[in-house]
Design a protein around this ligand. Structure first.
Ligand SMILES: *[C@@H]1O[C@H](CO)[C@@H](O)[C@H](O)[C@H]1NC(C)=O
Ligand SMILES: *[C@@H]1O[C@H](CO)[C@@H](O)[C@H](O)[C@H]1NC(C)=O
Ligand SMILES: *[C@@H]1O[C@H](CO)[C@@H](O)[C@H](O)[C@H]1NC(C)=O
Ligand SMILES: *[C@@H]1O[C@H](CO)[C@@H](O)[C@H](O)[C@H]1NC(C)=O
Ligand SMILES: *[C@@H]1O[C@H](CO)[C@@H](O)[C@H](O)[C@H]1NC(C)=O
Length: 760
């Protein structure tokens, strides 16, 4: 905290100079943050305010597949060559109940290595499917060293029984061969619907139904219902259908090479396959384009994951899906979440078809056929040959399913999502989305009505950036579980205690948290919901939510500080008054009494006020945050010196006071010496020097715009920049900060604490 600690040695002046040089690039990069909502709070890995627990075990890796037991108390995990049962009932670290190893056989591993696959990274059994078949059995499939295999696992009291090798069966079509290939599987009515690659080369996608009493059905490879690069990301069953979400090269847009497109496909659960035609094939396979785009923008054309939010009393069932784009817009990746209504799926699948003209190789629109029942509908009984002939060539719908973008954010790629709705104090349901990123962060996004979303927080789960492989919401445990290469992370849905005041609690707009006026704490909302608790998820306005006294005549909350920190200082020393940054969405400024802080004796660095205590500089110093059009003092200091105590302002009477030690700039010898020494000349010199350098740079810029560009090339390593070359004030610099200072999008956000808008 003691930033300015220059000793009496000659080092102090360059020290201060470097300090400014260090500050400068920060100021310049502020404002270069990505588009879309910013997370209000960012927790770095290991932050004590967001305690996460990690389950990991020596020798185990790639915790890719997650399954929650029926009672919600056990988490089954598919890792590399093993399946685990974890007890998650107690808060804190998931505890291992037991583990069954399921390695690929030595023979398969030898064959895999022989086929030029890596025996270090690929020739293992990566678990890809893990579903709960019935009360006593799980069903699981893995890549089994590029030779997919499946087996049943017996359960006893939610402990896993050992896998007997003679019960292992071939799993082609259920698990991919290559652990890098995408796949999806869902169990519906005792049958497993899976979509993945069906061959070693990864060129033959398949959508298949296995297990259960109904016949095994597949997509027809010859008829090209799926493009060879189809990549499945999710499967969602409904009453009559199973929907599949995938991405593939689009064939219908002839002018584009390699244009990716997202799809939703549908099959009927009661499909039994054809009799003479389409034997053992789907007779109800249809697909349509999924569109997630902002008006007038390039679409987010690559679907990454999709989940269902079931219908409630007030809302229809919706599918939420994350998308990224094939194109990098403005040099950065971006992501979107779109919401789709199940009704729209149904409407599109009951509309017109597309048809390929075999002579011109062009897709044209084909109206609704005069065949009854309509081909592709879940009519009972076998379909006529006429209908099946039609289905062979009419599997692509003419219309697109258009989603509503609910979140668009650049600089981030969302890999997985989980959604729920949470009832707030006002009785409204709020959408909550947990979004995992490619760099190992979790975003908690909350719908605030009208399809707008705010980010309550970003939690960096892993110390090293790596993609979140899987996310699973365990509502009964109030936690989200995230799988990574190293282990399983338990993330509590919220930690309301980080919001220490009513204002902060309300501004956070987290539907899980509300202010309890009785205990004066921000707490997890229990059920039934106490009506007296304060919350405003939609507007985030503390003016009303935190007002005290009768409505209408109440005073503005918190315009009066709750506590005053009293700082006793030594004359002619620099005192540092910290101001906690509660929100990245707020702008901060300092005040002295009712006025701005005196520029001659104060400076703001990294949010703290550095104050040179001279005669008459004592009094009330407050750090104000303005967020959502609401200003409130985050912290209030009463500064005076031991020798000349200052009588407290009568207006502040009655407010509790607390004596604090503010970091003082001291000389090596201690406080006594500090009293005799003034650092002001140093401080002033450096400031003047800086001003000179800046105006010099500005002149340089005006004289030669090319100079700016040239200087930009030399900007690396700003700390050691000679004063003459300080051109980073150029506009271009502003837009494209040097790589050294922005290693990740998260950091841009983290640093974007509106440094630029500070008032010194
Ligand atoms: C919640 O936040 C409080 C206050 O910062 C902290 O003391 C506590 O450890 C946190 N708890 C969890 C579970 O993160
Ligand atoms: C992989 O194969 C190489 C060469 O055949 C061998 O030296 C190495 O020990 C093998 N690694 C593992 C993990 O089996
Ligand atoms: C669960 O499924 C397994 C495998 O098909 C079967 O052997 C077992 O009898 C089933 N158990 C129940 C309770 O249905
Ligand atoms: C949503 O939009 C409607 C109409 O545009 C508006 O009246 C309403 O205030 C908006 N609600 C929120 C929470 O912004
Ligand atoms: C800025 O302040 C924060 C906390 O107030 C501290 O953690 C961080 O290290 C400071 N940064 C610098 C560069 O001093």
């Amino acid at each position: 905290m003691a930033l300015l600690a220059p000793g009496p040695d000659p080092w102090s002046l360059p020290g201060l100079f470097l300090f400014w040089l260090f500050l400068l690039p920060r100021l310049l990069t502020a404002g270069a943050a990505g588009q879309g909502p910013l997370p209000r709070v960012i927790y770095h890995a290991g932050d004590g305010r967001r305690v996460l627990s990690l389950f990991h075990q020596k020798g185990l890796q790639d915790f890719d597949t997650l399954l929650l037991s029926g009672d919600g108390g056990t988490l089954y995990v598919g890792a590399r060559e093993a399946i685990l049962a974890l007890n998650i009932q107690d808060p804190g670290m998931p505890k291992l109940k037991n583990m069954v190893p399921w390695p690929a056989s030595d023979q398969k591993k030898r064959e895999c290595a022989f086929k030029k696959k890596s025996n270090e990274t690929q020739c293992f059994n990566f678990i890809r499917v893990l579903v709960s078949l019935n009360a006593t059995h799980l069903y699981t499939c893995g890549t089994f060293a590029f030779s997919p295999a499946c087996t049943f696992i017996e359960l006893q009291d939610s402990y896993l029984m050992p896998i007997s090798q003679d019960k292992v069966v071939e799993g082609k079509g259920q698990s991919p061969f290559d652990p890098a290939h995408k796949h999806t599987a869902v169990l519906a009515d005792g049958m497993l619907y899976s979509g993945t690659m069906n061959n070693f080369l990864g060129s033959e996608p398949i959508l298949i139904r296995t297990l259960g009493p109904q016949p095994v059905l597949k997509t027809d490879n010859f008829l090209r219902w799926l493009q060879p690069d189809a990549s499945f990301v999710a499967a969602i069953p409904s009453t009559h259908f199973v929907y599949f979400f995938f991405e593939e090269t689009a064939s219908e847009f002839e002018f584009f090479e390699k244009l990716h497109t997202s799809r939703v496909a549908r099959v009927c659960k009661n499909d039994v396959g054809g009799d003479k035609l389409l034997q053992k094939k789907w007779t109800t396979f249809l697909k349509a384009q999924l569109l997630c785009a902002q008006p007038g923008q390039l679409p987010f054309n690559v679907v990454r994951h999709a989940v269902l939010l079931p219908a409630t009393a007030s809302a229809d069932a919706r599918v939420y899906a994350t998308f990224s784009s094939q194109w990098q817009i403005g040099g950065t990746r971006s992501s979107a979440v779109c919401a789709f209504s199940l009704k729209d799926f149904r409407r599109v699948f009951e509309g017109k078809y597309k048809e390929l003209n075999k002579e011109t190789s062009r897709w044209t629109t084909y109206g609704v056929p005069e065949i009854s029942p309509r081909p592709g509908s879940c009519s009972v009984g076998p379909s006529s040959d006429k209908a099946l002939t039609f289905m062979k060539d009419h599997f692509l719908m003419d219309e697109q399913v258009v989603g509503t973008p609910v979140l668009v954010k650049s600089g981030v790629e969302y890999t997985r999502l989980a959604v729920e709705t949470v009832q707030g104090v006002d009785g409204h349901s709020h959408l909550v989305m947990y979004l995992g990123t490619t760099t190992g962060s979790l975003h908690k996004a909350v719908g605030s009505g009208n399809n707008s979303v705010h980010l309550v927080e970003e939690i960096q789960l892993f110390p090293e950036p790596e993609p979140v492989r899987n996310l699973l919401l365990a509502p009964a445990q109030g936690a989200v579980f995230a799988g990574s290469s190293r282990g399983i992370w338990r993330v509590p849905r919220a930690n309301c205690s980080v919001y220490e005041s009513c204002v902060d609690c309300v501004l956070a707009r987290d539907p899980h948290c509300a202010w309890d006026p009785e205990s004066r704490t921000c707490r997890l909302l229990p059920t039934p919901i106490p009506k007296s608790w304060r919350q405003d998820v939609e507007q985030g306005n503390p003016r009303f939510a935190c007002a005290t006294g009768p409505v209408g005549r109440s005073r503005q909350p918190q315009s009066r500080p709750e506590i005053i920190k009293e700082v006793l200082s030594v004359p002619n020393s620099i005192v540092e008054l910290p101001c906690p940054r509660l929100s990245a969405l707020a702008s901060y400024r300092w005040s002295h009494g009712k006025a701005a802080v005196p520029e001659a004796s104060a400076a703001v660095y990294n949010g703290s006020l550095l104050l040179l205590l001279q005669d008459g500089a004592g009094g009330l110093y407050q750090c104000w945050a303005t967020e959502n059009d609401f200003s409130y003092p985050v912290v209030s200091y009463w500064v005076h010196s031991q020798d000349q105590p200052l009588a407290l302002d009568p207006e502040l009477a009655g407010i509790p006071r607390e004596r604090v030690e503010a970091p003082l700039t001291r000389v090596g010898g201690g406080a006594a010496l500090a009293a005799q020494r003034s650092y002001w000349p140093h401080f002033l010199t450096v400031t003047v020097l800086l001003a000179l350098v800046l105006s010099g740079a500005l002149l340089l810029l005006l004289a030669s715009p090319l100079g700016a560009l040239r200087a930009r090339g030399k900007v690396r390593g700003c700390e050691t920049l000679p004063p003459g070359e300080k051109a980073p004030l150029s506009r271009k610099q502003h837009l494209q900060p040097p790589k050294d200072h922005t290693t990740s999008a998260g950091e841009v956000d983290a640093d974007n604490n509106r440094l630029g808008s500070e008032v010194a």
